[in-house]
Design a protein around this ligand. Structure first.
Ligand code: AMP
Ligand code: MG
Length: 497
């Protein structure tokens, strides 16, 4: 159901470049009516970064704009078509079942960003879904994506969550909401797969050209621009997944429709931060085989990139054999790039770099050995990933008690600390690389439960603490503490449907 008369929002100016460039992948579609829209959270610093008027966004018309019932002048909301490999199987037609691209906006820094709504009603891609979203999962995406941003990890951003005043039927009736999301673009590996699956090479070329113009204009003059784009996506994803690994982030549903070409983290459904260190960590209730377990993420990213290469093959070379060869060469860069990004991050986490980020006479092999041994120690005691790494800075300053508390005192730990300290780790570098505060699962659930029953304060505090994850705050000790072993053992997450 859509509201018959759409009003216009004068204070927001959006373009419709995607809809113009790729009309066959954009279905013009209105948002559902929202009987009683209420702004739950507004990201004022993001609004300012985007040059948006906060007072307008808080106004009645602004809030109606943020749920899609008021359309900014000139905007053309569309549902985007895409395909996806979901848990390994190909679905040729997924698309935005419950989302709309409102349009693009030009930020004051010159960047073009998508403004997108999630939970705005069923589109022609909805299949059996109701097109809606509940308050809890939309606030969860808001919280998680902003926490990732504060950790310095490329991600889509969250501008606002608006309660619609409408009930959403899940296991029980829940309050409905719309998330307004901002992204460098919503182009996914699945967008290219969609174009390829149509068999229309011109469409494939058009998607690739659009992605190049939007994200990597520098490859437009390459001999084979599509190959330049593929290489750039491989590099961006290698860097992204390395960053996830370094903070213990488990995406949870790394289907190809949930992997961007921009290299931003997208689609915070069942994602969660690992508590106890274990590479086999899986939170998602539907990931029964552990396909998307913490330790599998680099392999899955590489697998997804192979699907991207397959979709792009006709643009690499007219001759299939040569095209495959070029694809393989480019894909082969993933592992060394990932290893390099992870090793550089691990160096910082262990404090074995100079202030300018350069290596300080500690060989790569030593860093790798120290990191490997430390992870073995964590695995042995199922130590809390975040607090164990953070405790290293106190140990570097000469106080190993916190580390012993986190990891468990043992001769092996003592020997490791002694060896590591002999390399002169820099505690300040470590403090800037090892967060004190991550969105711990028990805190996230606590804040969302309160928010769903009307109390937004715990969420507000958690958001504030997570906005400066590397800086210790007085009075915030409970945000740094692990959950109970019982909570950790029983914790499951669900896709946002
Ligand atoms: P996901 O893996 O959660 O990002 O979503 C996979 C596909 O399911 C996408 O095409 C979504 O648009 C669609 N989808 C998820 N939830 C719903 C819903 N409640 N109604 C309609 N489509 C949905
Ligand atoms: Mg998705």
């Amino acid at each position: 159901m859509s509201e018959p008369a759409l009003s216009t929002s004068p204070s927001l100016s959006l373009s419709h470049e995607f809809a113009d460039a790729l009309p066959s992948m954009a279905v013009r579609w209105p948002a559902d009516a929202a009987p009683d829209p209420r702004l739950l959270v507004l990201n004022e610093s993001l609004a300012e970064e985007l040059g948006l008027d906060v007072a307008f966004l808080r106004s009645e018309l602004g809030v109606r704009t943020l749920v899609g019932v008021a359309v900014p002048p000139g905007a053309t909301p569309v549902a985007q078509a895409y395909s996806g490999h979901q848990f390994g199987g190909f679905s040729p037609r997924l698309g935005d079942g419950r989302a709309l691209l409102l349009g693009e906006l030009r930020a004051p820094d010159g960047s073009l960003r998508d403004l997108h709504l999630k939970g705005s009603g069923p589109t022609p891609f909805a299949r059996a879904g109701d097109g809606l979203a509940a308050v809890g999962p939309m606030l969860r995406e808001y919280l998680m994506s902003e926490a990732m941003h504060a950790l310095g990890i490329p991600t889509t951003r969250s501008l606002a969550v608006v309660a619609t005043g409408r009930e959403v039927q899940r296991e029980s009736a829940l309050p409905g909401a719309v998330l307004a999301r901002v992204a460098a673009s919503h182009l996914r590996v699945g967008s290219v797969e969609f174009a390829r699956a149509t068999g229309d090479i011109e469409l494939l070329r058009a998607v690739v050209d659009y992605a190049i113009a939007r994200h990597h204009p520098e490859v437009a003059d390459d001999a084979v621009p599509a190959l330049g784009l593929f290489r750039a996506v491989v590099a961006a994803q290698a860097d992204l997944v390395a960053r996830w690994m370094l903070v213990g982030f488990v995406h949870g549903v790394m289907n190809t429709d949930n992997m961007t070409l921009s290299g931003e983290t997208i689609d915070y459904g069942p994602c969660a931060f690992m508590d106890a260190y274990d590479p086999a960590t899986v939170f998602s209730s539907i990931d029964l085989q552990g396909r998307y377990a913490y330790g599998n993420q680099p392999y899955i990213a590489e697998w997804n990139l192979a699907r991207l290469a397959e979709a792009m093959l006709p643009l690499f070379d007219d001759e299939l054999e040569r095209a495959v060869e070029l694809a393989q060469e480019a894909l082969a860069t993933f592992r060394p790039l990932f290893a390099e990004a992870r090793a550089a991050g691990m160096r910082r986490k262990l404090g074995l770099v100079g202030a300018d980020g350069s290596a300080v006479g500690v060989a790569d092999e030593d860093v790798e050995a120290l990191a490997g041994e430390f992870h073995d120690l964590l695995a042995r005691t199922r130590a809390d990933y975040t607090s164990s790494f953070r405790a290293l800075s106190s140990a570097a300053r000469g106080d190993a008690a916190t580390l012993e508390l986190a990891v468990g005192a043992s001769d092996a730990l003592g020997a490791w600390v002694e060896r590591w300290r002999s390399f002169g780790p820099d505690a300040e570098v470590m403090d800037a690389a090892n967060p004190i505060y991550v969105p711990r699962n028990h805190l996230v659930e606590e804040a969302l439960a309160a928010a769903t029953s009307g109390d937004l304060e715990p969420l507000r505090w958690l958001t504030i603490v997570l906005s400066t994850p590397f800086t210790e705050r007085s009075g915030a000790q409970r945000y740094a503490e692990p959950a109970t072993a019982d909570f950790i053992a029983g914790y499951r997450t669900f896709c946002g449907t």
